[in-house]
Design a protein. Sequence first.
Length: 280
Amino acid sequence: MTTGRHSATELDPSLDDYELAAALVREAGQLALLMRMGGLQGERKTSVSDVVTAADHAAEAYVLEQLRRCRPADGILGEEGSSVVGSSGRTWVIDPVDGTYNFLHGSTYWCSAIALKHEQLAPHGVVSDPDVILGAIYQPELDKLWIGGEGHPATLNDERISGPSGAALSELGAATYIHPTWLADPRAAMPWHAAAVSAASLRMFGSGSCDLGRVADGELGCWFQHSCPEWDWLPGKAIVRAAGGDTGVVRVNGLDWFIAGGPTAVRELRAALTSVPQFA
């Protein structure tokens, strides 16, 4: 079977971290795409739009296997349950299929993503936003690979990208996501609305990593979303920052909001999100 070729592909441990990350997301994305072509069904996780498929599990298992062989001292954290404690002080964060709802319904707007972060403990009461070494995002059906990190400029398909726009939020299209149920909860709905009405337009595509790659290359103006797990945030965060952009996390009414874009847009998103009444 074709999928067997991908699941058996052994990567060279001598690859540097950036080469390894690029190979992992390419292989994982192609494996997931081939499995979808063969037919898949989704299983509900927390809601009708939060689903998982056999492709998610197979792609994560592949990345886990390769990392344990190529980087045995590093930790691993995966969306679908992979958890390996490392000894190096570094952890790979895996999102085998980001945008599974899109993936399952035939959209091209999904990707495989990975980040490498420094292990660190946040002081009690402080928002945790780990230092990220690198990020890689691969959108298989468009053959787009974003990568960037510490000491490595952000690139799209090996071409250096210009970075996020420096324009004001009122002049930019903002990519975002909020689950419909949160719109009934003022803790989330009020700050989301304050940020949304501050932008020139809104885009909601359903894959945070695909969005963040496009913020890094300037196709999208900026991005904001609450309650992001590390696998939805760190790959794109690394690339946006490597492209010269800014990122941040701000807590409003008990929820953490993750923001990315040019410095002006990030500053204005932070001000908008924190402008709403604070609940006790």
